[in-house]
Design a protein around this ligand. Sequence first.
Ligand SMILES: [Zn+2]
Length: 325
Amino acid sequence: MRAAQLANTQPIIYQTFVNAINNKQLSHAYLLSGEAGTPILGTAFLLAKSLICEHPSPLACGVCPTCLRLDGGSYADFVFLDGSEQTIKKEAVQDLSESFERTALEDANKLIYVIHLVENMTPEAVNALLKFLEEPKPGVYGFLTTENEAKVLPTILSRAQILRLWLIPQDLVAKEAISLGINELDANLLANFYNDPVTIKQISDSDDYLAARDAALGFLNALAISSHHALYTSQTETNKLIKSVKSARFYLDLISIILNEIVKVSLNQEPKISELAYQYRAALPNVINPSQALLDTLEARSRLDYNVNLALTLDHVANAIIKED
Ligand SMILES: [Zn+2]
């Protein structure tokens, strides 16, 4: 997350924090709250870096050695606890508060921490955090994040300044993603699922996504030719390309966008991704029932979490879509 991007997409948070810096009225703890898909963690890191950056203007430049060291985990006065992979335990919070008893080692003379997803802390860890928040030491700044504010204890909410990220309009997300160098089609497809251009950029470069996109567009093209082609493609190309559960998730996400667009076309509405409009129209007569196929695809997508057989699941989805000749 860069400062200019925060200014464009979350102007209230940007202005609030800039004012706090300019007026020297920083809070000791901030809580970045936003739905899944919003860049709460990227924002937390940007704000953290803004307190120590060598060339702030007034937020972090993102490219000076100090900014890069914080991002890379080698800034001595920074601690990052990540609740996205595993639950944060009491010991981790105690280690944090003990290590912040000392004075700062770096020139900026500040001790900074980020706790990502505070809803994923054990009750003991939350208690330790509360104690830590109750006695704020000068020079200590914390950035907490949550995707579910309702699950955060009121005692924590009352000790942090809450900055709420809003969902960015989809076309703006796509536009920002394109400005990061992503092609228009990938940007428009991924903006359906992610509310953050930087996340979209990372995903659009991943092999799992690229395989899924090739498979989904290949299937759409085949469906636009004939049912026979679609059946053949799903039995050969799709199975060849989709090898992992991660890839299958992307694939079924993309198939559900395609079906949603075909439903629109069947209702004489304009599809969102206009460059695929021709394929949608051509594919429509070869789909049994677009609305039902969409429901079946979403249902198959939700079953992917339960160790199902990938090939059988993809086969089932193809059969739910393709109308027999
Ligand atoms: Zn910097």
